[in-house]
Design a protein around this ligand. Structure first.
Ligand SMILES: CC(C)(COP(=O)(O)OP(=O)(O)OC[C@H]1O[C@@H](n2cnc3c(N)ncnc32)[C@H](O)[C@@H]1OP(=O)(O)O)[C@@H](O)C(=O)NCCC(=O)NCCS
Length: 254
């Protein structure tokens, strides 16, 4: 599966929080075992009655029974339609898929995967400067149901990703994502959480009969830093050449 097929998305806070995280690394078989206790409902509350007390939200791995609710959030959040196989993969346990629940209602999701830089698509492999096969986290999707937006839920999901995946072995060197270049709320969200623009991807998304440009945003983690830019090289070169010339001029002026 390529990144291009999907609109992808992503964030960070400090307290592991009021949310109860039910193991995000649980296996697909445990998903099946817990089907009986899973009773996600599909009707969202009105914006005014959506819970505004974050303490009542529960964070847990997405299961097979959450699939219709995941589909509903994605359909209302993204201008593209994910293929059916994407939803299957999200709830199968093969990706890191976490939901934030307001009682039985799925209010927000984040889907990510950890892979090595050499396993990433070619257009993403230059996010790291080190020529070694470090691991990175790719955020495939981040979405909050409309009545729950601007209540910090996406921030909670991003924080949880950082606390459970990024700050743990193999200590990924970057978290990155692709976003539609016109998606201002998402761009503000990522920038606010320390992600930086890395590249523009012309016609990256197909939306109906049209194409939309994408951008890659990256947050460097665990001591990593962005690759050195041409401008930085020029600046260093300029400093190296200019310093001795300045020193000579200063010496001659005395
Ligand atoms: C982007 C999205 C995930 C943000 O979720 P959220 O739970 O509302 O985000 P938070 O409440 O944690 O917001 C944190 C910060 O992000 C920024 N932000 C979020 N929504 C914003 C908006 N509509 N306009 C401007 N800034 C916004 C703000 O800086 C906000 O802080 P503030 O509320 O103190 O101003 C949500 O709007 C969404 O699901 N959008 C549709 C799907 C999508 O675009 N996903 C990302 C694709 S890459």
């Amino acid at each position: 599966m390529t990144n291009r097929m999907y609109l992808s998305n992503q964030i960070s806070s400090n307290s592991p929080s009021k949310f109860d995280l039910l193991s995000s690394s649980a296996s697909a078989s445990s998903n099946l075992e817990s089907e009986k206790s899973c009773s996600t409902i599909l009707t969202f509350p009105s914006t005014s009655s959506a819970s505004n007390s974050s303490s009542s939200f529960v964070l847990r791995q997405l299961r097979f029974c959450d699939r219709p609710a995941v589909e509903q959030i994605c359909n209302e959040s993204f201008p593209i339609q994910y293929p059916e196989c994407w939803y299957d993969e999200v709830v199968s346990g093969s990706l890191t898929s976490t939901g934030l629940f307001d009682g039985p209602i799925l209010a927000a999701i984040i889907v990510s995967e950890t892979k090595t830089i050499f396993e990433c698509n070619s257009e993403d492999q230059d996010i790291l400067s080190e020529p070694i096969n470090n691991s990175v986290v790719y955020i495939l999707s981040l979405a909050v149901a409309k009545p729950y937006r601007r209540q910090g839920l996406a921030t909670r999901l991003l924080d949880n990703l950082f606390n459970t995946i990024v700050m743990a072995p193999p200590y990924p060197r970057a978290v990155f994502l692709h976003v539609l270049s016109t998606n201002s709320p998402a761009l503000s969200f990522y920038k606010m959480h320390g992600f930086q623009w890395h590249a523009s991807l012309v016609n990256y998304y197909r939306i109906g009969d049209e194409y939309g440009d994408g951008c890659t945003y990256v947050k460097y983690t665990n001591g990593s830093r962005p690759p050195i830019t041409f401008y930085e090289i020029l600046k260093m070169f300029g400093t190296t050449i200019c310093m001795p010339i300045k020193a000579v001029c200063k010496f001659l002026s005395f």
